[in-house]
Design a protein around this ligand. Sequence first.
Ligand code: RIB
Ligand code: CA
Length: 311
Amino acid sequence: MTRKIIIDTDPGQDDAVAILLALASPELDVLGITAVAGNVPLPLTQKNARIVCELAGRTDVKVFAGCDAPLERPLVTAEYVHGKTGLDGPELPDPTMPLQDAHAVDFIIDTLRDEPSGSVTLCPLGPLTNIATAFSRAPDIVDRVQQIVLMGGAYFEVGNVTPAAEFNIYVDPQAADIVFKSGVDIVVMPLDVTHKALVTKARNDAFRALETKVGIAVAQMTDFFERFDREKYGSDGAPLHDPCVTAFLIAPDLFTGRRVNVAVETRSDLTLGMTVADWWGVTDRAPNALFIGDVDSDGLFALLTARLGRL
Ligand code: RIB
Ligand code: CA
């Protein structure tokens, strides 16, 4: 039984790898890819999503452009990490596959209404603007969502864009607040786990050793992507954030976490976008998310490399 998913994304090299993993995995049926402004502005994220689909040989995948700015705040981007194109590293051709005419938010709403209730999982890999806009515009779809598996947030690992906040949540905290309060069954892949998914040299070499267009491109993407994080964290490779989302859908046993309440700071200048995880249950706030804290990283990269080798 394949699992129907919508990938909401701001490619970004790690988004690209997450999309490739999904497209290489028969367990997943990608109903569509919805682009959102985040790592780079929307014109680039929607273009990069199509570049990645063409790299995978999947020009059949529907790609939609969504929101070009957060709900209430000015857009913050991350070219310093991802490069000016958002997909720096490999030399990939401009896409020829079309961008869908419909707005991404309308696609999300229509798909959740048209597919059987509880049969579609949303996989946000960037700021939650598209998801929150869809929920606000069409509240009837909230109960029809099977699950949300998202990359975002941080607790014990602290923030990456401010001392308190992770980038996806920080860019649009109001959207994140709507999603975390929606009542949908949520699985969170925070920095707490993604910082354990490090692209070491051996793992990058394994991508390159596939000796395929995809394998070499992924090795070049992660080479580019990691130069910033390796210097910042002094770690043995850069964290590969977004593929944790699609890997969880394929092999959930690679991950462990705890169901806790996660609340989002939407007002404080000091801690805006912080995901406050009630890890010890010291409040009366009901648990609303499975907050993932650990991963079998060797198992993750073995799965990822094997699947990329199929493209
Ligand atoms: O903080 C990491 C997240 O921000 C990842 O999704 C990365 O692609 C960027 O969107
Ligand atoms: Ca992303």
